[in-house]
Ligand binder design. Sequence first.
Ligand SMILES: [Zn+2]
Length: 233
Amino acid sequence: MIHDACGYTNVENNTNSSEGNEEPNIHATKFYKLLKDAQTELYPGCTKVSKLSFIVKLLHLNCLNHWSNKSMDELLIFFKEVLPDGSFVTTFFYEAKKVLCDLGLGYTKIDACQNDCILYWRDYANAQLCPKCGRSRWKSQEHKGKKVAHKVLQHFPIKPRLQRLYMAKETSKKMRWHKEENIDDGVMRHPSNSIEWKSFNERHPTFSDKIKKCPIRFSKRRIPTLWKYEYQS
Ligand SMILES: [Zn+2]
């Protein structure tokens, strides 16, 4: 899993290259750390879960059940108390979430107008007031000496996610399916057999000819899973 997620399929070659006085780059460093965590027992004598698999499972449960950050912090404190000394359970949930970034599944935060007029990025990245409605970007009260935005957009960049899909052997094959294995014999088996899809390919030949450019279809239901608003407390 780690090899696929990080795009390294030959650890020995990478290990050898790092022996030649060459410092591993930031991606390789993250990869070796994940690999080490995947091989580290959660606590001395634990054979069922590793340090990494414990965090991944915990994040999965958190996502499925919509547990709050506060409940996760308290759960981790409880795990820390009941597990034997020397365990690698993190004390705070935000530390566990950093693993998501190393796996390429993190997200970026973009401040937004309280009335949804604009996002504070590009031309408005340094604006203090909304140019359309005039509302302040910030709350009146600061948190630990830092300004707090009224509203924050959590943006899940699609590019690194697509790159991850092409890095893994199994998913890469499926990503190339539309070009390599899609059968067009007049029978409607897949949306790509539809007239609309073919029309898109005809209008954008430079896109459709590239095997690594996969068509993406968005639906209104799916869009909220790509980004969501977060109100600062
Ligand atoms: Zn506004």
